[in-house]
Design a protein around this ligand. Structure first.
Ligand code: AMP
Ligand code: MN
Ligand code: MN
Ligand code: MN
Length: 277
């Protein structure tokens, strides 16, 4: 099977490496078909495409759009998009507004919890001023020695109910799928195993996504356990979704599985790239 990795991040969103450096890591990990999918941003695509070309690695343009669905944040990956599509570019710009104000509020809440200077500290890790992410706060708290790793920061500070959690309203599912399709791309539900939905709400999400024209779900991702590879392979078949695969790489040492070690898609699913190559 072709080694495709269709989900990862650069400094254009909350990744730790520049797009061309992520390309090198992917290539070194044996990736043959690669997509950069920064959060709510396509600014890294030209550099990523150029780097992939120089390495002889096939490339598709991608994005990971933040969506609010049933009061939860859901991520929708768009693949094979025209990153210059005006509606997509404008839509992504609209979802990015409010990130800085949210960052300031996170900083204020952490200060109240006894951690001063977090907004300024997180800014040191931000590569794109439009895209301040919780990940940047997490890196700062780890660097400060307040937590041992990024996961611990999310567990203790940045998730719902914790002192640095600030809720945010992202794009709607309809908007995200519409922008991706309008830009000639295909829409994929990212890491479905990560959402806290029960089977009913998950099923409703899958049905609605399909109705809107969504075509795939991620089956093998750095965010899934081995059990979830099997579970979502089965669900992909049941719903008639294509299957996608990607590390969700954010930087060396920050992702559970790196480019070289992510397993292939299970047998019996149709890869999203089946008619691309
Ligand atoms: P934001 O878009 O600012 O809300 O940040 C979301 C990002 O935080 C995700 O894309 C992940 O990169 C990161 N993230 C969320 N939860 C965790 C977690 N438990 N451990 C590590 N990173 C996480
Ligand atoms: Mn991220
Ligand atoms: Mn995600
Ligand atoms: Mn991601």
């Amino acid at each position: 099977m072709l080694k495709a990795d269709l989900h990862c991040h650069s400094t254009v969103s909350d990744g730790a490496l520049a797009p061309a450096v992520v390309a090198e890591h992917a290539h070194r990990g044996g990736v043959e078909l690669w997509a950069l999918t920064d959060h709510d941003e396509v600014g890294g695509i030209p550099a990523a495409r150029e780097a992939a070309k120089a390495l002889g690695m096939r490339f598709v343009a991608g994005v990971e759009i933040s969506v609010t669905y049933a009061n939860e944040t859901v991520h929708i990956v768009g693949l094979d998009i025209d990153e210059t599509n005006e509606q997509l570019v404008a839509g992504l710009a609209s979802t990015r507004t409010g990130r800085d104000a949210r960052g300031r509020e996170i900083g204020a809440q952490l200060a109240a919890a006894g951690i001063p200077g977090a907004y300024e500290g997180a800014l040191d890790y931000v590569g794109n001023p439009d895209l301040m992410s919780r990940t940047h706060f997490a890196r700062f708290l780890v660097a400060r020695g307040i937590c041992n790793n990024i996961n611990e920061v999310f567990k203790n500070y940045l998730s719902e109910g914790k002192p640095g959690y600030v809720p945010h309203r992202w794009a709607t599912l309809e908007q995200a799928v519409g922008w991706i399709k309008g830009a000639g791309g295909v829409a994929v539900i990212a890491h479905p195993g990560r959402y806290k939905f029960g089977p009913m709400v998950e099923g409703a999400l899958f049905d609605r996504f399909k109705e809107l024209g969504g075509v795939a779900i991620e089956v093998v991702t750095g965010s899934h356990t081995t059990d979830q590879y099997g579970k979502y392979a089965l669900l992909a078949k049941q719903y008639g979704f294509l299957a996608s695969r990607g590390t969700d790489f954010h930087g060396p040492g920050e992702t559970r599985v790196d480019f070289a070690h992510l397993p292939p898609l299970p047998a019996g699913v149709t890869p999203i790239w089946h008619d691309w190559v």
